[in-house]
Design a protein. Structure first.
Length: 176
């Protein structure tokens, strides 16, 4: 009798673990993948010094700065400042309207996944095969590059200055 009960408990626990339901972290991970060929995982972790916004994004794939900056242009300036500081302007122009790199403020997306916070983050963090370098310090193994929070702020500012005529699905994103 003990063997059958133990077997059922073990089987149930194993099934829950496989589906990610055993720990309190069910669905609590944003599975980031590279924009580069092969879609390799982007292993970005919450680290000491990260903000609550980073934690929220890594759990939900929704950038908390997107809505905040859409309703608060003054706060959005933090993202614009980082955009200039990290020389994003060299390729994308001073207001992200394009230069040698594409515009990232209109609805002509280089990659369809850019309509989501997750998709745009993945391209900025891990780069692309079309010339975008890897900008995230964890991904590149270079602490001099951008931190997760800095990318989220830049992305939030880019969303706040969107000039496209289409919908803005990032304002209605739900946790993944």
């Amino acid at each position: 009798m003990f063997g059958i009960k133990f077997g059922k408990i073990t089987l149930t626990a194993s099934m829950l673990a496989v589906f990610g339901l055993l720990s309190g972290q069910a669905g609590a991970a944003c599975n980031l993948v590279s924009t580069k060929a092969g879609n390799a995982p982007l292993n970005i972790k919450f680290v000491d010094g990260d903000t609550p916004e980073v934690k929220e994004f890594l759990e939900t794939c929704v950038n908390p700065y997107t809505k905040k900056y859409a309703s608060d242009p003054e706060a959005a300036k933090a993202g614009k400042k980082l955009f200039g500081y990290y020389s994003c302007t060299q390729c994308h122009g001073g207001n992200a309207g394009g230069q040698t790199g594409p515009s990232i403020t209109d609805d002509t997306w280089q990659y369809a996944k850019h309509v989501t916070d997750k998709g745009m983050f993945e391209t900025i963090a891990g780069g692309s095969d079309a010339g975008m370098p890897t900008w995230h310090g964890q991904v590149a193994g270079n602490p001099e590059l951008l931190k997760t929070d800095e990318i989220l702020k830049i992305e939030g500012w880019l969303r706040s200055i969107f000039k496209g005529s289409g919908p803005k699905p990032w304002l209605d994103e739900k946790p993944q």
